[in-house]
Design a protein around this ligand. Structure first.
Ligand code: ACO
Length: 327
C-alpha cells in the first residue's frame, strides 16, 4: 500500500457576535427575503475588535489538535489559508505558530481566496508524501468583516468571519486523501478583488476615499462561471477516482451561495441530505467555509469510517479546486 495522508483531527471557531439579515435591513437597502432567496444566508458571525485572524485560528487549531490527540510542539508544518490575515508581514501562520507554541513547525500563509483550504490540502498532501512531513496543521480563516464595505449592499450581505482547522498525518492504510485537483484563471481577476493597499495601489488618502480598501465583486458574473466550473470538476474528480456519485456519502462544498451548492448537487444527482450546508448560519467565510463545515459534519456524526467525501471550492483569482477523501 502506498503512503497516503489523512485528516486525523478537526476543529472550528466562530466569533460570538451574530449579524442577521434584519440587522442588515437597518444598514443598507435590502431585505431578509431578498438575501434568503438569492443566497440562502440568514446570519453571519462578526469578529470582536480585539480578534484578528490568528486569534480565531488559535481556537480552531486547539480544538483540531485536541481531536487528533496531539500537542502543538508535535506539529511540523502550519499552513494558513487566508485573504484577511493579521498583517501583510509576518504571515498569520507565524502568529499562530507563536501563540500555539508550535516550536517545531515551519509556517506560511497561502492565498487562493475561497479555494484556499483545497489548495492547502493539496500542498499538505504533497509535503507528507514527497518530503516526509508527519503532522501538518492546516487552517482556513477569514475576518472578512474588516474588508467589507458596509455601505455596499451587493457584497456586505455575503461575508462572515470564522476559522476551521485540520490536522493531516501520513497513513499506510487504504484511506485518506485520494486526490486533489487545483486550477486557476487569472484573466478573470477583476471579478473579485480588493484593489487598495497592495504594491499596485498602495494605501493613501485617495485609496481610502475611493473605498478601494474594501472587497469589490461582480457577483452575477462569478455566479455563472462558478456553477459551470464546479459542475465540471465534481464530475471529473469522481471519474478520476472511478467512484460513482451514488457511492459518495457527503459533498462538502464551499459555502458561497445556496443556489450554487444546489446546482452542483443536482449535477451529481445528490439529494440535499448528502450535502453539508451551513451558509444560513455563517454566510461566505471564504477559506474557512469548508473546514468549518467539515468539523461540524464530523462532530454531529455525519461522517463514518470508510465514507467517500467530496470537497469543492471556487473563489477569487479566479481559483477553484476539489478533493476526494476516504474517511
Ligand atoms: N438587496 C436587495 N437587492 C439587491 C442586493 C441586496 N443586498 N444586492 C443586489 N441587489 C439588486 C441589484 O442591484 C440588482 O438590481 P437591478 O436588477 O435593479 O439592477 C438585482 O438585485 C439583481 O442583482 P444581481 O447581482 O444580478 O443578483 P444575483 O441574483 O446574481 O445575486 C449574488 C447576487 C448573491 C452576489 C450572487 O451573484 C452570488 O452569490 N454570486 C457569487 C458570489 C461568489 O461566489 N463569490 C465567490 C468568491 S468570494 C471570495 O473569493 C472571497
Amino acid at each position: 500500500m502506498s503512503l497516503r495522508s489523512r485528516i486525523t483531527g478537526t476543529g472550528s471557531y466562530a466569533p460570538k457576535k451574530i449579524l442577521d439579515n434584519f440587522d442588515l435591513e437597518k444598514m443598507v437597502d435590502t431585505s431578509d427575503e431578498w438575501i434568503t432567496e438569492r443566497t440562502g444566508i440568514k446570519e453571519r458571525r462578526i469578529a470582536d475588535s480585539s480578534e484578528a485572524a490568528s486569534d480565531l485560528s488559535v481556537e480552531a487549531s486547539k480544538r483540531a489538535l485536541q481531536s487528533a490527540g496531539l500537542k502543538a510542539k508535535e506539529i511540523d508544518m502550519i499552513i494558513v489559508a487566508t485573504v484577511s490575515g493579521d498583517m501583510p508581514i509576518p504571515s498569520t501562520a507565524s502568529f499562530l505558530q507563536h501563540k500555539l507554541g508550535a516550536k517545531n513547525a515551519a509556517a506560511f500563509d497561502l492565498n487562493a481566496a475561497c479555494s484556499g483550504f483545497i489548495y492547502g490540502l493539496a500542498i499538505a498532501d504533497s509535503f507528507i508524501k514527497a518530503r516526509g512531513f508527519k503532522k501538518i496543521l492546516l487552517v482556513g480563516v477569514e475576518v472578512l468583516s474588516r474588508f467589507t464595505d458596509w455601505e455596499d449592499r451587493s457584497t456586505c450581505i455575503l461575508f462572515g468571519d470564522a476559522a476551521g482547522a485540520v490536522v493531516i498525518e501520513p497513513t499506510e492504510k487504504d484511506r485518506g486523501i485520494l486526490s486533489t485537483h487545483i486550477y486557476s484563471d487569472g484573466s478573470l481577476w477583476e471579478l473579485i478583488c480588493l484593489p487598495g493597499g497592495g504594491s499596485k495601489c498602495p494605501s493613501s488618502k485617495e485609496t481610502v476615499e475611493k473605498r478601494q480598501h474594501y472587497i469589490k465583486m461582480k457577483g452575477n458574473e462569478i455566479f455563472k462561471v462558478a456553477v459551470r466550473t464546479l459542475e465540471k470538476i465534481v464530475v471529473d474528480t469522481l471519474k478520476a477516482n472511478k467512484i460513482k456519485p451514488s457511492e459518495l456519502s457527503l459533498l462538502i462544498p464551499h459555502q458561497a451561495n445556496l443556489r450554487i451548492i444546489q446546482a452542483t448537487a443536482q449535477r451529481l444527482n445528490l439529494s440535499m441530505d448528502r450535502v453539508v450546508v451551513n451558509i444560513d448560519r455563517y454566510g461566505n467565510t471564504s477559506s474557512a467555509s469548508i473546514p468549518v463545515a467539515l468539523d461540524e459534519a464530523v462532530r454531529t456524526g455525519r461522517i463514518c469510517d470508510g465514507d467517500h467525501i467530496l470537497l469543492e471550492a471556487f473563489g477569487g483569482g479566479l481559483t477553484w479546486g476539489s478533493a476526494l477523501i476516504k474517511w
